[in-house]
Design a protein around this ligand. Structure first.
Ligand code: NPW
Ligand code: K
Length: 519
């Protein structure tokens, strides 16, 4: 896993390193621009012959613009014809950006013109499409939405150019949240080149869709060891290797016994999906607890999975006298209401690992605090989708939903971290960008975008399978944050392994192949 640093964390780190005297801001800017130039060469080998190539570099009023001037200089040195446009007054640029602006403009007979940003659209109309456009208008210093003329210049250049590149992050996107500040510009570039670490905004919200490729350039800043305030990205190509390995000598009870509670007749499919997922991911035994009326329906559709009758919370208490049940899953298809609330309370009082999903969450919509009082400090994972999250944490959901006029905007990381602290247990908020937070502040992000895109995962029952994966891993003894993280990664991996046509039943069946590939 790697760290995701916010704009503020990057600034603090950069200032500390510069303050320590080992490097100057100007040197970092040179490395950043060189990194962008190198990444362009690697990503677009068809541009290696600079002869006759035209680039348009859009520079902003801060250090992101300074990086743009470095890129302009390197492209021109390589033989490109380069036009540079600047938003704002050159006299107001910060020192390092001003130095690179001055170097670009040059002196004497070799002086170059810098256009203003409002000359960009007429330039493209006159000259035709450039081979390359570089967006160096705003990076981590974006504080408010883009004005209409900036959006227009960006849109026309990005849509016209054969290749488009954003320096650090596409202008208009908040680096901390991935949200568009102000009105959404909904632009996409071919490549984004960022520095030192990726930023949350490259993965969250619109940020996951705003670039087709992301390259992280090492600019020589020292790597910091992970701190609790850093969000970690679940990104390793073989993340769940340790999950794939099972102790060959282990007894089936050594891998835990998962209990999945089912809804009544006609509503048992979700629990069966979760149970199958728990078994496939390595729980030694899995039992479905069914209300008596659904016993036949479940019995005729299971083989390795066992069944026990549980009419109510009292019956659940009796079942849980068997201490070998190590993890429980409540929610998929369970029904909303008092019966589910009492089953949840019984499960939580038994002191096992518990996954609460779907109806088990919605059942507490009227009084979320009564749920939080019961889960606080226990090995519990809540796995809401956006709607369920809004029922339990309406104020946080509202903050996340609100249009952000100023930056940095409230991010999914911020709200899930706050939710986990409030609930006192691990919270996994599902989505194309999944954020998992532990109550101690640790946060993991997984985004099914770019090389991990899994559009087929938006299918009925996929969430039940995810709940089953988390349950199975907790049954095996993984702590909540680890179980939730591995389950999330493997869930996407299964969808990607199966591909188009995926339905939820296919996810547990794709898992053996995925695990085998990890060994
Ligand atoms: N940190 C590092 O380690 C390194 C950082 N590097 C580079 O520096 C970049 C960060 O630079 P940065 O801090 O100068 O911010 P940046 O995004 O250029 O813009 C700030 C300017 O924009 C203005 N402004 C903001 N929003 C606006 C709006 N909507 N419309 C109009 N104006 C707006 C804002 O004005 P103000 O809000 O103060 O009025 C201010 O003038 C970073 O992304 C990376 O590329 C690398 O060189 C090497 C290592
Ligand atoms: K940019």
């Amino acid at each position: 896993m790697s760290n995701l640093m916010t704009g503020g964390q990057m600034r603090t780190h950069e200032q500390a390193v510069i303050g320590g005297g080992s490097v100057t801001g100007l040197a970092l800017m040179q490395r950043a621009g060189q990194g962008v130039f190198d990444a362009i060469s690697q990503a677009f080998p068809e541009l290696s012959d600079a002869c006759g190539r035209r680039a348009l570099i859009l520079c902003g009023p801060g250090n992101n613009g300074g990086d743009g001037f470095v890129v302009a200089h390197l492209l021109a040195a390589a033989g490109w014809a380069v036009d540079v446009a600047l938003l704002g007054e050159a006299g107001h640029l910060p020192p390092d950006a001003a130095a690179n602006h001055a170097r670009w403009v040059g002196t004497g007979a070799k002086r170059r013109d810098v256009l203003s940003l409002d000359q960009v659209v007429p330039l493209i109309a006159a000259q035709g499409a450039p081979d390359l456009v570089v967006d160096a208008v705003f990076g981590t210093g974006l504080r408010r939405g883009l004005s209409a003329d900036v959006v227009e210049a960006l849109r026309v250049s990005i849509e016209a150019a054969r290749h488009s590149v954003a320096v650090d992050i596409l202008s208009g996107l908040c680096a901390d949240s991935g949200k568009w500040l102000g009105q959404a510009a909904d632009l996409t570039v071919d490549l984004t080149v960022t520095f030192h670490t990726a930023k949350p905004g490259h993965y969250l919200a619109a940020g996951g869709r705003a670039t087709r490729r992301l390259v992280i350039v090492d600019i020589g800043l020292p790597v910091q060891s992970a701190r609790i305030e850093d969000a970690e990205l679940i990104d390793a190509p073989a993340y769940s290797g340790e999950v794939a390995r099972k102790d060959p000598a282990s007894h089936k009870y050594g891998s835990g016994h998962a209990l999945v509670l089912s809804g009544g007749p006609g509503r048992t499919g979700a629990a069966r999906l979760a149970a199958r997922a728990a078994l496939r991911i390595g729980a030694g035994l899995v039992t479905i607890a069914v209300p008596p009326g659904a016993q036949q329906e479940v019995a005729c559709q299971i083989t390795a999975i066992m069944l026990t009758r549980v009419a109510d919370s009292e019956a659940l208490g009796v079942v849980l006298e068997d201490k070998r049940y190590s993890a429980l899953c409540l929610g998929p298809g369970l029904g909303v209401g008092e019966r589910t609330r009492s089953l949840v309370s019984e499960a939580l009082s038994a002191g096992r690992s518990v996954v609460l999903d779907a109806d088990a969450l919605t059942s507490f919509a009227d009084d979320p605090m009564s749920l939080f009082e019961q889960v606080r400090g226990a090995d519990v994972v809540l796995t809401p989708h956006g709607g369920e999250f809004a029922r339990l944490f309406p104020d946080l959901a509202e903050q996340l939903r609100a249009v952000a006029e100023t930056g940095p905007a409230v991010s999914k990381i911020d709200v899930v971290r706050a939710a986990a602290a409030r609930a006192g247990c691990t919270v996994l908020l599902k989505g194309a960008d999944t954020v998992i937070a532990a109550p101690d502040g640790r946060v993991r992000v997984h985004a099914a975008c770019r090389e991990r895109a899994a559009p087929w995962l938006a299918t009925a029952g996929a969430g039940d399978v995810l709940a089953g994966f988390v349950t199975g891993l907790m049954a095996r003894g993984l702590e909540p944050l680890e179980a939730a993280s591995h389950a999330t990664w493997l869930h996407v991996e299964c969808a990607r392994a199966f591909g188009p046509g995926l339905i939820a039943e296919d996810l547990p069946e794709a898992l053996p192949g995925v695990l085998k590939a990890l060994l």
